[in-house]
Design a protein around this ligand. Structure first.
Ligand code: PLP
Length: 402
């Protein structure tokens, strides 16, 4: 039987593609340290867990398509804490931020319309764009520049009649860059000039480091018609499996249109919405403690990685990822080598080759995305494995004597 040409053209997730190699390593008894995926080991707030345990309805019914009122009201209060004024009608609950991104593409774009996106970018956006038959036009950001926003002129060069919007992620996955108020304002002005949307994925909003302040795209009411925020409970409350996210926009036409998609998929997960509503009642210290923990983990891993000969990475200011330049010919080959051919004291490391985080073919070949979500002990061991693994790979595979 033949599968569709469409599905054949989709990419496998570069974050998960090497899983068969890690399973084989684990079957051999090797402990694989997963730096490839943003699955935190942080506990979900007890408020959320207790809400699930106490779920005492007799039927797990369909809910309303745009999401439970209690959850949307809770989110209104949550945004208000950051000085962001939205109403419950500005919020649609989705099955994770992932569905929110899909809904946004499907709502704003016809087939072959275009979205401009800085690369490297959150790789799953490629599949969501493919589903909606949207073309992603990349603007390349560079590690030489700490992945800062490329100039507004570079974005403007890529705008044409098919451009429906610009999509950003701040704090950024995979680079850790946090876009400044000035950068956002510059893009908003550009969007206004060309009458297009600015969609910003803020699922890592709280995770900013070194005192860096975060500017939400929702804090520019003067541009509100063209602003869409993607949000998620996954990382903020370490409840990735709950699959609760949101589209937030004061442009009612966008939400009214997206509702057709929401109605077709009936409703977001019911029990998890109860958990998410409860998570919003977790004390403010919960998120602050998690933020501080990631900042410590970042420092532990980055300081060790920077000491490895030939490795280049700068201190990311947010989220919990960074992109590292590796002294290898091919980061994917190296990633496979680490899983298949290497171990140190019974451990090895899984990384995500960065090529799949670029739209432009060939870019990111010597880069990897690293997630620093694990505890310090694991991160110390991971850095040691990477240092030794790189040395062994360069000697045995690249035939280089360091
Ligand atoms: C930038 C970004 N957006 C969206 C998502 C999807 O999150 P969710 O679990 O809410 O679908 C992720 C997940 O890693 C992400 O990193």
């Amino acid at each position: 039987m033949q599968m569709s040409n469409r599905i054949s053209s989709f990419q496998c997730s570069p974050i998960r593609r090497l899983v068969p190699y890690s399973r084989d390593a684990e079957e051999k008894g090797i402990h694989v340290i997963h730096l490839n995926i943003g699955q935190p080991d942080i506990k979900t707030p007890k408020e959320a867990l207790e809400a699930i345990r106490g779920f005492d309805r007799d039927i797990i019914e369909y809910g309303i398509s745009e999401g439970e009122v209690a959850l949307r009201r809770g989110l209104v209060r949550y945004y208000a804490k950051y000085g962001l004024k939205v109403s419950q009608d500005d919020i649609m609950i989705t099955t994770g931020g992932s569905e929110a991104i899909q809904f946004v593409f499907m709502t704003l774009c016809d087939p072959y319309d275009e979205f401009i996106i800085p690369e490297p970018y959150y790789t799953n956006v490629a599949t969501f764009a493919n589903i909606a038959m949207v073309t992603l036009r990349p603007v390349t950001s560079s590690s030489d520049d700490n992945f800062a926003l490329p100039s507004i002129a570079e974005f403007e060069k890529r705008i044409n009649k098919k451009t429906m919007g610009i999509m950003l992620c701040s704090p950024n996955n995979p680079t850790g860059h946090v876009y400044s108020q000035e950068e956002l304002r510059g893009l908003l002005e550009l969007c206004r000039k060309h009458d297009i949307f600015l969609v910003v994925d803020e699922v890592y909003r709280e995770f900013c480091y070194d005192g860096k302040s975060f500017t939400s795209i929702l804090s520019f009411p003067e541009y509100q018609d063209r602003v869409i925020c993607i949000d998620s409970f996954s990382k903020r409350f370490s409840m990735c499996g709950a699959r609760i996210g949101a589209i937030v926009t004061r442009n009612r036409e966008v939400l009214e249109s997206a509702l057709k998609l929401a109605q077709a998929r009936l409703c977001p997960p019911a029990v998890e919405q109860v958990a998410a509503t409860a998570a919003l009642n977790a004390p403010d210290e919960y998120v602050e403690d998690v933020r501080a923990e990631y900042e410590r983990r970042r420092n532990v891993l980055i300081s060790r990685m920077q000491r490895i000969p030939g490795v280049r990475c700068s201190l990311p200011k947010g989220a919990f990822y960074f992109v590292v330049d590796l002294p290898v010919d091919d980061a994917e080959k190296f990633a496979i080598y680490m899983l298949r051919d290497f171990s140190y004291e019974g451990c090895t490391v899984m990384i995500a080759p960065a090529e799949g985080f670029y739209v432009t073919p060939g870019l990111g070949k010597q880069q990897a995305r690293i997630a620093y979500v694990l505890n310090e002990k694991e991160l110390v061991m991971a850095a040691e494995c990477l240092a030794r693994g790189l040395k062994a790979y360069r000697r045995d595979v690249m035939q280089i004597k360091d």
